[in-house]
Design a binder for this molecule. Structure first.
Ligand code: 4NP
Length: 145
């Protein structure tokens, strides 16, 4: 199973989801690959935002070795599930899909809600990380059925 987490910059939200779900899957002995990418190319090659690294560390996860990547259309074939953080990410990714099969792989990470972009508000990083951790535990159940 290959899961891709997507946000705008691939330095705040999706690295948290990538690191947390990856660690949870590994701890459960699941043979999953969890990775991430951004709909923008602004932070390609960059480490995650230091505020996300810190928030992850508080919860027991090390995301510091991740590096930013830009979403490319080839990822539709590479991944089984593409989980996006907000509706703007959803529109950006869906606009690149060429058929129903590709579109069907794209879902909101929270199913029916958005993970707020914390980039301009330092106080959002801890609650966003907690929200992501909670949802990752649900995703372990959802995708291991
Ligand atoms: P992310 O947050 O999409 O969760 O990685 C952002 C990161 C960077 C920017 C905006 C949002 N930016 O404007 O550079």
């Amino acid at each position: 199973m290959k899961i891709l987490m997507v946000c705008l910059g691939n330095i705040c939200r999706s690295p948290l989801a990538h690191g947390i779900l990856g660690a949870m899957a590994k701890a459960k002995g699941l043979n999953w690959t969890v990775e991430s990418a951004g709909t923008s190319n602004w932070h390609v090659g960059h480490a995650p935002d230091s505020r996300s690294v810190r928030a992850a560390k508080k919860l027991g996860y090390d995301i510091s070795s991740q590096r930013g990547r830009h979403f490319i259309a080839a990822f539709f074939d590479e991944y089984d599930h593409i989980l996006v953080m907000d509706r703007s990410n959803y529109r950006a990714i869906i606009s690149l899909a060429t058929d129903h099969q590709q579109k069907a792989k794209v879902e909101l990470f929270l199913a029916d809600d958005e993970v707020e972009d914390p980039y301009y508000d330092d106080l959002l990083f801890d609650p966003v990380a907690q929200q992501i951790e909670k949802r990752c535990a649900q995703l372990i159940d959802k995708f291991s059925k």
